[in-house]
Design a protein around this ligand. Structure first.
Ligand code: NAI
Ligand code: CS2
Length: 489
């Protein structure tokens, strides 16, 4: 267990502030890998460098039991190991003050904390599916299992939007000011999406409450970036080594790069995260779109094509020159034209930097991890760009290849004839479609009929369909490596 008193003196990056003076004014939903290496780290840097008292109460609604049990045993301290290509640096993070776990502490304890007047921000990293939205982000999915449960029992919610609505209902009733709800998930206009989920749920409950939330709560959008792969036995062993032999089961390894762009729209106070590298801006959209399409779009492309070919990690894909060229081509030729960013942003440099980050051999970011939840990720990473190209009559062949590779991937057999385990909230539905179709053109047509992913428009577009079919047939005949080779310039 991590203990400050037994840390080797060589570890200089540790809390040098009085942790007893910290106040848990942020409640964070989704204490996973990413939050530990991003928002909690920014908050720690602020405590370490400036006179800040902002700290975090971590909440897990689903999963993460072991993590919460472990972090409580080490006074909520943990390690972030930043791993560059040739160097690494360990940081002991002290910004977490409290933690709550739904199955152990109960929903009531979480709601009490969220309704506490001390809380000014509720932030989230609950993954795309945690927002319980209808496909295309057009509204809350009232048929979602968690939402149905929340509508039936609003005082004991199970979903993230449900918790926020009930906490705000209590604040309204008790005359307590609202908090700011800060989404930090990889979703375009994540603040607007969170707002829609919360307001739709509140409306289904009480129109007055919905109105109060609209008037009193803000939902800033954010662009968040740092590659933080899930912890493995290997990364935990590296952390033990960095700590001079001390184990930290809550430790997490990540890349050195970090970025956080936040819409400056808070209803009360906010931490001065900008003093430690975050940027507060008026409009996050251009940054979000750039990151989602260029970084995450390339990630999904590499995840499916890489996994099919037997590449375990993103950096393994980068060691294949054809994959590297295809990724750069995808970014420059097929994602850049779809973007409008401020003139100060150089997208060519951004693409080069992404290739450098993907190349990081120390990171070992698994293609199987990124391939998860494709039905939730492809629309904003790939399909919106395809729609742009259809409108502008331009080439989207590599984007189409990513979709063909996804269909091949969810078909469940890779290029080496090994079975693939599909992790996706729509896994059952996907399996039904796969079983009901013959491999080949029929499979593509069947999968493209999934309106919740492709909308009503794309399956009707003949160019799109033909592009995906022809790549799919190539993948069937030649495999992923050869298909990519045939496409690069
Ligand atoms: P993780 O698997 O380590 O953590 C996921 C967290 O979400 C867990 O705390 C879990 O309890 C919670 N969760 C999952 N389903 C939920 C649901 N239905 N309702 C409420 N909570 C739920 O994943 P990680 O790496 O922390 O990523 C989480 C999200 O953060 C991603 O989906 C993405 O949107 C965002 N992100 C991740 C980055 C990364 O490199 N890992 C970088 C940028 C953003
Ligand atoms: C990845 C992201 O898992 C995924 O789908 O594409 O988590 C990616 O690592 C981050 O967005 C980087 O900021």
């Amino acid at each position: 267990m991590l203990k400050l008193s037994s840390l080797p003196a060589s570890i200089k990056n540790r809390p040098n502030y009085d942790r007893n003076k910290m106040k848990a004014k942020i409640v964070h939903l989704g204490f996973g890998a990413f939050h530990r290496a991003h928002q909690a780290l920014f908050t720690d840097r602020l405590l370490n460098t400036y006179d800040s008292d902002w700290a975090i109460c971590e909440v897990n609604i689903v999963g993460g039991e072991q993590l919460i049990d472990d972090i409580r045993k080490q006074d909520h301290l943990y390690t972030v190991l930043e791993k560059g290509t040739n160097s690494e640096q360990a940081f002991i993070i002290g910004s977490v003050k409290e933690s709550l776990l739904a199955p152990r502490d109960g929903i009531e304890a979480i709601l009490n904390k969220m309704a506490d007047p001390i809380v000014e921000i509720v932030s989230l990293t609950v993954t795309e599916k945690g927002y319980c939205m209808l496909p295309g982000g057009v509204g809350l999915d009232l048929n979602n299992t968690l939402i149905k449960a929340d509508l039936a029992n609003p005082l004991q919610p199970q979903s993230a939007p449900g918790l926020i609505v009930e906490a705000l209902a209590r604040r309204m009733k008790q005359g307590i000011a609202s908090f700011t709800a800060l989404s930090c998930d990889n979703i375009p206009e994540n603040g607007a999406v969170l707002k829609m989920a919360v307001i739709d749920l509140a409306k289904a409950r009480d129109l007055n409450l919905a109105k109060w939330i609209e008037t009193n709560t803000s939902f800033p959008c954010t662009m968040v970036d740092r590659i933080v792969p899930a912890a493995t036995l290997e990364t935990l062993a590296e952390i033990t080594e960095a700590l001079g032999g001390m184990q930290d089961p809550c430790g997490i390894a990540c890349e050195p790069f970090i970025q956080w762009v936040i819409e400056d729209k808070f209803v009360t106070n906010r931490p001065h995260w900008d003093r430690v590298g975050a940027e507060f801006v008026q409009d996050v959209r251009p940054y979000e779109e750039m990151k989602l399409r260029m970084l995450n779009g390339s990630h999904s492309f590499l995840a499916y094509l890489g996994y099919l070919a037997g590449y375990e990690n993103i950096n393994d894909c980068m060691n294949d020159d054809n994959y590297k060229k295809a990724t750069l081509q995808l970014m420059i030729d097929q994602q850049v034209p779809t973007l409008s960013v401020p003139s100060s942003v150089n997208l060519i440099q951004y693409a080069d930097k992404l290739i450098e980050r993907f190349n990081n051999p120390a990171l070992k970011h698994k293609t199987s991890q990124i391939a998860m939840d494709g039905t939730q990720k492809l629309p904003q990473r790939i399909l919106d760009s395809i729609r742009w190209h259809i409108k502008h009559h331009s080439d989207f062949s590599l984007l189409g290849l990513a979709i063909a590779a996804w269909i091949r991937y969810v078909g469940g057999i890779d290029d080496n004839h090994q079975a693939i385990e599909i992790k996706d909230p729509m896994a059952n539905q996907l399996k039904t479609l796969i079983n009901a179709s013959n491999d080949g053109i029929d499979r593509v047509n069947t999968l493209l009929s999934l309106q919740s992913v492709f909308g009503p428009d794309l399956p009707e577009n003949n160019n799109f369909k033909q592009c995906v079919i022809s790549h799919y047939l190539d993948l069937m005949t030649h495999g992923a490596k050869q298909t990519i080779k045939n496409l690069i310039r």
